[in-house]
Design a protein around this ligand. Structure first.
Ligand code: OAD
Length: 233
């Protein structure tokens, strides 16, 4: 690899798998027993808000029982020590990157621990049960608080910042993502277009594997610390 100063890291569910957070596209194609369309779309929320809110309540509650693994911690070390630009873009809605020490971090698909009030349009930190239809902490209106999660058919967050970071990166690294969901799945091609080196760290080849200069297959908990240690050496 040539001179590397600016790095963009994309992470997906695979980086949290060893922490005990299930991935989306498991062998049975179900997501904790639900079809994705039944819990992760605005239509599902309108049709059956109790089901959708309860689903995310359970996932939020689960965060208290899991912790960051060596892959999250390695990225936290990278963030603390890397002198050049770094942006960690996660598709994950858990908070394990933060708890692993990452700060130059952006949640493009939202966060379990954030609430979005449809009455006032504001977002605020949240750690309770939305199925209890709480009042918005900011405007006081009840029953209008939804998970601050990007559902299918909605726009991912902070795309301009992501595009700008990719356009100037020297290295793009994708970790633990199947490459099945756009726009994240297209980042590797944008990075190559910008002249960056591209590296994939994943358990299996992702759908976009052929676009990477290099693919390393294995568990994130092994591969990410190895890669970070090599870079910081
Ligand atoms: P997926 O479940 O689609 O893919 C997880 C990837 O991680 C797969 O390629 C696995 O092979 C890999 N993997 C599993 N265990 C691993 C391990 N221990 N180490 C390394 N890799 C491992 O999850 P995402 O690609 O994150 O969107 O899914 C993308 C989006 O689809 C999610 O953000 C979510 C979902 O619908 C929204 O909720 C908006």
């Amino acid at each position: 690899m040539g001179d590397i100063r600016n790095i963009v890291v994309l992470t997906g569910a695979g980086i949290s798998a060893e922490s005990g957070v299930p991935t989306f596209r498991g062998p049975d194609g179900l997501w904790e027993g639900h079809r994705v369309e039944d819990v992760a779309t605005p239509e599902a929320y309108r049709r059956d808000p109790d089901l959708v809110l309860d689903f995310y309540d359970q996932r939020r509650a689960k965060l208290a029982t899991v912790g960051p693994n060596p892959a999250h911690e390695a990225l936290g070390r990278l963030d603390a020590q890397w002198q050049g630009e770094l942006l960690i873009v996660t598709q994950n809605v858990d908070d394990l990157h933060e708890r692993g020490g990452a700060e130059r971090l952006l949640h493009m698909h939202g966060e379990l621990k954030s609430a979005w009030c449809l009455a006032c349009g504001e977002r605020h930190p949240f750690d309770g049960k939305m199925a209890a239809y709480p009042a918005c902490e900011l405007c006081g209106v009840s029953g209008q608080v939804r998970p601050d999660i990007v559902w299918f058919g909605e726009m991912p967050y902070r795309m301009e910042e992501i595009d700008a970071a990719i356009a100037t990166c020297d290295l793009f690294v994708s970790i633990g993502t199947s490459g099945a969901v756009y726009p994240a799945a297209g980042f590797v091609q944008s990075a190559r277009y910008a002249g960056a080196e591209t590296l994939e760290l994943n358990l299996d080849p992702s759908e976009g594997s052929i676009f990477f200069n290099e693919s390393r297959m294995g568990k994130a908990g092994d591969l990410v610390p190895e890669w970070v240690d090599g870079l910081l050496d």
